[in-house]
Structure formats: C-alpha cells, structure tokens
Write a protein that binds this ligand. Structure first.
Ligand SMILES: [Zn+2]
Length: 268
C-alpha cells in the first residue's frame, strides 16, 4: 500500500492499494484539475526524481524551507524557533532524511500549524517524523483533511496561543478555517505575521491582497475582507511573510493590512 500524492496540489492521501478516484481539494472551485487530468505520484517517486529541500534563514529564529525543483503549488514552509520549541508554519509535500536531520539540528518540531487546505500537503508524514507532533488545523476546515494522523488537532474559536508568543488567528476568507500565525518575538520583537495565502503579499510588497481563489481569480466579498481586518485588530506586527519566497512586507505590516483592505474595498 502506498500513500498517493496529488501532482497538481501536492496533498497526500492515506495509504491504499489503488490510487484515489479524485482529489477533492483540486475538484473544489478554488483549485483546478491538472490539464492532463488527475495524476498521482508518491514520495518515493519524488525522491527518485531528485527533489531536495533548501533551507534559508529569513531573520533570526525564522527559516524557510522550499523544494527544488518545485512540486505542485511550489510554496515554501516556514520554521519558527522559540524557547518553548519550534513551529512549522504551513507544510510542503517533500520530506526526506536530510530534511529531517536539518530540522533536528534547528531544534526539531513541537508543532505544525497550517493556514488552509491547499497546504495540508504531507502534514501527517511530517508530523510522524517528529514524534507525531500536533498538527493544528481550524475545525471549520475539517472536511478538507484527506489524511488525518495521530497528531491532528482541530482547534476552534477566533484565536489560539499554541506556544508562548505564537498565536493562531482564524481570519476566514480564502477558506472558512483560514488561519494566520502571529509571532510576537518576530522582527526583533516588533512582531511578524505569517499568512500562507489567507493574506498574500503582492509584487509591490508594501501591499497585501485577498482572494477566494488565486488560480481562478475569484475575489472575496467586502464583508469577508472586513472580517479579516477585524480578526487581526489589536495585533501588532512589523513584517508579513506570505508563502512565496521573497514575498515579504518588511515594514509597518499592520498598517499595510489596513491600507490594502481599504484599497481593495475602494475597487469593489
Ligand atoms: Zn489535488
């Protein structure tokens, strides 16, 4: 029995004799089925194809991990180091022994937290490599979990502090359970917001934006954008890290969110 991985979205499914018939993540209107139809791969095939993970230090206590050549959506994951243990923010599909060894050198994993279903990826395999550490997913997105593992922790409510100074906030929007991570000690103590693509940093990196579907360009409603701003009221943060390499708002992050929401609503 093998765990199949959807080639288009990178999400892993439970071990089975036959590949699943469909990928519910890709069938959803926020994603798409690959132009060559539904295709599957496995971790062994990805290893044989020569993928590897590259680590880079974003700032003291924050590492990004991305796969070369890229897989599926091509996002990175972020590793937040804290005195109480490390948190992997969002997940990537690929994991191998050198990756596990490097993460162990950086202090291992106390928890994994994920912004939304497109980044569930190989979360159960990652968790299993680090003692079945908790995988925090907002309960509003429980229906999208394809491969639950022993670490899965569905959390509920507007916010949850999972380690001192590391707080998950449910913004909704992209998905009902869309979540961001506030890291109080980030940016030299001025705070950092790790957003996945619940909030995305755009090419003019002084700004962010919001979407119901990025690949299919379906916007959010005004009410949903206002709710994202309200959900983050009271949190201060200098930097915003999205899920793409280099897409970082480096100064006045909380101001950038408000200005960006105002601009978005002015264009609606
Ligand atoms: Zn898929």
């Amino acid at each position: 029995m093998e765990s199949r991985i959807c080639l288009t979205c990178g999400v892993q499914f439970p071990p089975s004799e036959q590949p699943p018939t469909t990928c519910p993540i890709c069938e959803d209107e926020r994603q798409y089925i690959g132009w060559d139809g539904q295709r599957w791969t496995t971790m062994a095939e990805l290893m044989a194809a020569g993928h590897r993970n590259l680590f880079s230090e974003e700032e003291p206590g924050l590492w990004s991990i991305g796969t070369e050549p890229s897989i599926a959506i091509g996002q990175r994951t972020l590793l937040v180091q804290t005195p109480a243990g490390n948190v992997l923010w969002d997940c990537i599909t690929f994991i191998d022994d050198p990756t596990i060894a490097r993460v162990q050198e950086l202090g291992g994993l106390a928890a994994i937290a994920i912004s939304h279903p497109h980044f569930y990826d190989s979360m159960t395999t990652w968790s299993g490599a680090f003692g079945d550490c908790p995988v925090y997913i907002h309960a509003a997105d429980a229906q999208w979990v394809q491969y639950p593992g022993p670490g899965l922790q569905l959390w509920d409510g507007p916010a949850r502090e999972i380690l001192p100074g590391v707080t998950l906030i449910n913004t909704g929007g992209h998905f009902a359970g869309s979540t961001v991570l506030h890291w109080a000690d980030g940016a030299g103590g001025r705070g950092a917001l790790l957003t996945g693509d619940s909030i995305t940093v755009v090419n003019d990196r002084r700004w962010v934006s919001f979407m119901y579907s990025y690949p299919n360009l379906i916007p959010l409603t005004d009410a949903e954008v206002r709710h994202i701003v309200e959900a983050l009221r009271g949190y201060t943060y200098e930097r915003i890290y999205s899920l793409w390499q280099g897409r970082v708002t480096t100064t006045d992050g909380d101001g950038a969110l408000q200005r960006s929401a105002d601009r978005y609503l002015a264009h609606r």
